[in-house]
Design a protein around this ligand. Sequence first.
Ligand SMILES: [Zn+2]
Length: 283
Amino acid sequence: MDIIKKILLVILLTISIQLSAIELISLRGNPVQGGILICETDNSVEKIFLDHKEIPIFENRTILGFDRDEKLKHKITIVLENGEMYTSVFYIIKRNYSIQRIDRIEKKYIEEPRDSILIQRISDESEMLAERREKIYSNKNIYFEEFCMPIIDGKITGVFGSQRILNGVPKKPHNGFDIAAPKGTNIMAMTTGVVALTGDYYYNGKFVLIDHGGGLTSIYIHMSKISVEMGDYILKGEKIGEVGSTGRSSGNHLHWGIGWKNKRIDPELLQNMDDVFLKIKVR
Ligand SMILES: [Zn+2]
C-alpha cells in the first residue's frame, strides 16, 4: 500500500470512530457568575450531579445555574444506566459588577420600616414567598423553552449584580434587571411556565412569580395590574401584567428577577443562550 492510501485509511478510520461517538451531554449558555447552562442529555444518561448534588433530568433536559458570587471551579458527574460514570471539571468566568450611585432618593424609598405591624407583614410576606419557592424546587417538570424580554420597548435603568449606594448608604447588590416603561405597558412571560404566586406585597407591590421548571423561576414586580392567576399555564411572550410603581418603587418600571433554586441569575444573559460550552462524549 502506498503512503497516500495509508493516510486515507487512517483518515477514514478516524472519521468513523468520531461518527460513532455518543454525545452524553451538551451544555449551552453562559458559564459565568449569574449565568445558566441548559443541558441536553442522551437517553443513556440516568443521573447528573453538579458538585455532588443531583440535578433532576426531565425529558432529556436539565438546567444548571450559578449565583452572583459563585465559586469558579465545578465538577459535573454523569451516571449512565449501565452504571458507567464520567466526570468533568470546568470553570466559570468571574465577573466584575458595577457600582451604581443613586442620589436624591426620597427617604421613604430607602428607610427601613419601624412600625411593628408593618415589620410583621414584611416578615410574613417574605416567608410566603420563600415557602412557595421551596415547593417549586421540588417540582421536577421542565416547562421552559427559549427566552424573550418581558418588555419590548423599555429603558434599562438597573443591571444585575450592581452594588447600590443610595444617598451615600451602601445597600445589598441588585439581584434583578430594571426596565423603565410607561404605566400600563404590557409585561410578558420570559418563557413558558406555571404561575406559582401572585400578590401585593409591601416591597414587591403587585407581582407575579412563575415556575419554569427545573428550579428556574422568574419574578416580575411593581406591576400596576396583574393579568394572570395562580396555576395558570403561561406561554413564552404571553401577557402577565402591566408596568407600574407599586410597592417600594420610585417610578414606573419593571424589576425582573430570575432564580435557579436559591441562586440569583442575571436576566440579561438569557438573551444569549446559543453558545455550546461543554460536551461530554464517549465512543
Ligand atoms: Zn430592580
